[in-house]
Design a protein around this ligand. Sequence first.
Ligand code: NOJ
Ligand code: CA
Length: 492
Amino acid sequence: MGDRWWRDAVLYQVYPRSFADANGDGIGDLAGVTERLEYLEWLGVDGIWLNPIHPSPNVDWGYDVSDYTGVHPDLGTLADLDRLVTEAGARGIRIVLDLVPNHTSDRHPWFRERPDFYVWSDEVPNNWESIFGGGSAWKFDDERGRYYLHNFAPGQPDVDWWNPEVRTEFERILRFWFDRGVAGFRIDVAHALIKDAQLRDDPVIPGLGMRRRYSMYRPETHDILREWHALAREYAPPRLLLGEAYSLEFEEWASYYGAGDELDLAFAFVLTHANLDAAEMRDVVAEVEAVLPTDAWACWTGSNHDIGRFASRWAKGDDALARCALIVLLGLRGTPCLYYGDELALESGVVSEDRILDVASPSRDPGRTPMPWTPDGGWHDPWLPLTDTRRNVEDQRADAGSTLHFTRDLIALRRRLGDLRSGRYEALPAPDGAWVWRRGAGTLVAVNLGMSAVAIHGVDGSIATCTDRVREGERVTGRLELAPAQGAVVTS
Ligand code: NOJ
Ligand code: CA
């Protein structure tokens, strides 16, 4: 395993505009992330994934890139990025960037200078629909007199990955960042790069709607991921390829790991679609474990800039349930990825109609509001509103009983216990409402997500971590009782 650093890592997603603002203009920036490295090191994370940092007209807040080797002036300069990589590295933290290869901005110079880099048609050739709504994924371009494909917003024309020169360009981009010490990429819509060569209609299944079989999920995309995998392995340590392979079909999702020669990690979004329910989640994890190729594992996440925050979706604002969710994410076999604020059990923010900046509907802005650093937020006139600062870093850092300290201690426990990091996962029989699993030989993880107290039999050891912290250190002899919304890690 050795140099595959992400196997031992806890990742932390930073939405750069909303994390920390060093120059006080209301927009988070790279220097802000650098200033907060002390905090992230204290928390114990090993890698930071930054959402796109490149120049962009911000139709989709960075996911419409106009220069893949630059830094957006709102966020800083290339020198700021280099400094972040160096200073994070000095603290044992790696920096992972976001690669957006499926589409560029329509303001990228390629769109005018290299039309052969995009997907065109004289007529609207098929029924493909834009993910962001608004109907057809084809838009007429006055200058060319032809239609171009945009699976997302019209300002995000899809790249033609059948063109070998496109591949060469992106290899150059990968190397540009890897050579600067960037530790890997999260790959946006990793399942969608190749479009059907014949541009066939996506099938419409009665009752289920459109299935994106031809506009996305083409088998030839695997060839590209394999090429990048080989390229990433030329570096020491190898660079991480973490895919947004968005499929809720287990086998399709797992296929993006190839035979261990494509993605190193893929977000298991299927878990985020489950309720915080023991039976539902246990079934999801059983399927995930069953389809993964040997020696591969999932990247577990509960929140991100698209789906919002698990403290709202799963825990409905209940801190005890949010701690159970943290035990799940950090206690499963895989690499956990926390979203900034998850460690505080931060809920999604409130963004009034007149403040919405997102191109998608429903708006994803509530999941992108600024990080609350202090009781008054610590921001000056931020780009998105910060209305609720009850959960903030300063208060929670000063309180050993806070969720922040709980998260930190859980991360530290994971680092200490080889079982929790890499032990095999085995679900154990459990009463209704509870989900119990063993990791490796000697570690047991249990969460009670139901409404009544449960007793789990056959458990011996001591409680290493508990959502209810007063129980830590308690001896368990044969029977572990858990109140509703309680979870624990028991070591033997
Ligand atoms: C997935 C990204 O996470 C999302 O924010 C973006 O809008 C789409 N891909 C398009 O790039
Ligand atoms: Ca700023």
